[in-house]
Unconditional design. Structure first.
Length: 288
């Protein structure tokens, strides 16, 4: 009878479902059935796969060329993005270094970016994107994440010109970090070399000593790394030794820099010319 058969099938289905759900006794049976039906699934898929294979075999050459050009364009876009991400990662790393450096300073600082370089080979100057509108004034110290770079020479509303410590007209009062020995560090026009002058041949100074700003004269705040002693040469009969030092800052590579805002009352001049009155205001670019 149809009704009895339907009821039997329904009861059997319920028993199988309960047995599988509660006792997990039909796992092997289901696995065996799936294995046996695999050829059926493969045959059912065969027409679609065969038609796809035929389409690949008889694809027109123009379509392949267009697809190849599209893929090449995508590769170029992805490569450009990868380069951009690498640049962003490097910039992020530099920003972290700057933030770590600024956190160790007592003075207030702002981050600026180098946007130009002086074309004059005898003048070591760069231009930054902060000016008088941002509170920048002539004489302020400029640093990167490694050390002292120079000072603000003059400002306009939106930019400032910075004189690097390697310029031949620049001088920094420094002291040896190891023992406090004071001296003057001069720029000589070489971006990678500075000269320590008027150091007696009996002075306690060694290669590898770190030179920091002494703060004398109010030109630069005390304690900023400036250079490392690279060469000491003693000439017989000379009262002073010849000392060369390597700048700590990356003078020709740093893109992001720190502008240091000193306490009011410090001398804003840092040029080798030492005759400026500390009370005399420094005119900005364009002032009469």
């Amino acid at each position: 009878m149809p009704g009895f058969r339907l009821l039997s099938v329904f009861v059997l289905s319920v028993v199988l479902v309960v047995t599988d759900a509660r006792f997990e006794q039909l796992t092997e049976v289901r696995r065996s059935v799936s294995t046996g039906l695999a050829p059926v699934f493969w045959l059912g898929n065969a027409p679609d796969r065969f038609s796809g294979w035929l389409g690949d075999v008889f694809t027109p050459r123009d379509d392949l060329l267009r697809e190849n050009e599209t893929l090449q364009a995508r590769v170029m876009i992805l490569e450009r993005r990868a380069l951009k991400y690498a640049a962003l990662a490097a910039e992020n790393s530099r920003l972290r270094e700057l933030m770590n450096a600024s956190g160790s300073l007592d003075d207030r600082v702002v981050v600026a970016e180098v946007v130009g370089v002086s074309p004059d080979p005898f003048s070591h100057e760069v231009i930054i994107n902060k000016g008088s509108r941002d509170g920048v004034r002539a004489g302020q110290a400029i640093l990167d994440a490694k050390g002292l770079m120079g000072q603000v020479l003059y400002t306009s509303a939106f930019t400032s010109r910075v004189l690097l410590i390697s310029d031949s007209s620049h001088a920094v009062p420094v002291e040896v970090n190891r023992n406090g020995l004071r001296a003057i560090l001069l720029g000589n026009g070489d971006i990678d070399r500075l000269e320590l002058v008027h150091v007696p041949d009996t002075a306690d100074i060694r290669e590898g000593d770190v030179l920091v700003s002494s703060g004398l004269g109010g030109r630069f705040p005390k304690g900023y790394p400036v250079a490392e002693v690279a060469l000491i040469r003693k000439d017989p009969g000379e009262p002073f030794v010849t000392i060369e030092a390597t700048p700590m800052a990356h003078l020709n590579r740093s893109k992001l820099i720190l502008v240091v805002f000193q306490e009011v009352g410090n001398n804003e001049s840092g040029l080798y010319d030492d005759q400026q009155d500390p009370e005399e205001p420094v005119p900005e670019e364009g002032a009469n």
